[in-house]
Design a binder for this molecule. Structure first.
Ligand code: SF4
Length: 68
């Protein structure tokens, strides 16, 4: 099973916490972009650290939301 992060670009305030925690997954432009993959534990850790609650983690195959 593969999980992917999804950014709510309207909610992202571009503070960059996600890029600092997982630069292999997130890159900051005007808002954060997803640029890579990581284990689901790290994706949830970063999503829970986002001060804007702008990161969801979903099951890539089913679209089911794991976090939040
Ligand atoms: S941590 Fe959240 S608010 Fe900050 S850049 Fe990443 S997605 Fe945007």
């Amino acid at each position: 099973m593969s999980y992917v992060p999804v950014i709510d670009h309207a909610a992202c305030l571009a503070h960059g916490d996600c890029e600092q925690l997982a630069p292999e997954v997130f890159r900051l432009g005007e808002t954060a972009e997803v640029v890579g993959q990581a284990p689901v534990e790290l994706l949830v850790k970063v999503a829970s650290a986002c001060p804007s609650g702008a990161i969801s983690v979903i099951d890539d195959a089913s679209g089911e939301q794991l976090y939040p």
